[in-house]
Design a protein around this ligand. Sequence first.
Ligand SMILES: [Mg+2]
Length: 119
Amino acid sequence: MKSNFENLAKRIIKFRDDRNWKQFHNPKDMAISLVLESTEFLEHFQWKNNEEIEAHLKNKKKDIADELADVLYWVLLIANDLDIDLRQALDSKMIKNEIKYPVHKAKGNHLKYTELENK
Ligand SMILES: [Mg+2]
């Protein structure tokens, strides 16, 4: 990513503060908003086969990017309000993922980590 989380979050928080919207942003409604925006992203792929998705990705890339940005908007805002350091959280989660999905077991397959135990 070219921009760091802090700069992105600053812009979003200013956008919210300028509109006095923090009063509406409790954790429950922000979590709902995150999922709603995720489903708007998901909607781009609904009912399409692989060929149609390929064409849609070319023709609607900006719209898809908008929805992905909406998801990121809520991720950054929620992390800010819940005092979660996203960089640290991502680092920590990736360490867990690396342990769950060791390369020698996970490379080239899509099994869930619970299934890798038997490999
Ligand atoms: Mg949206």
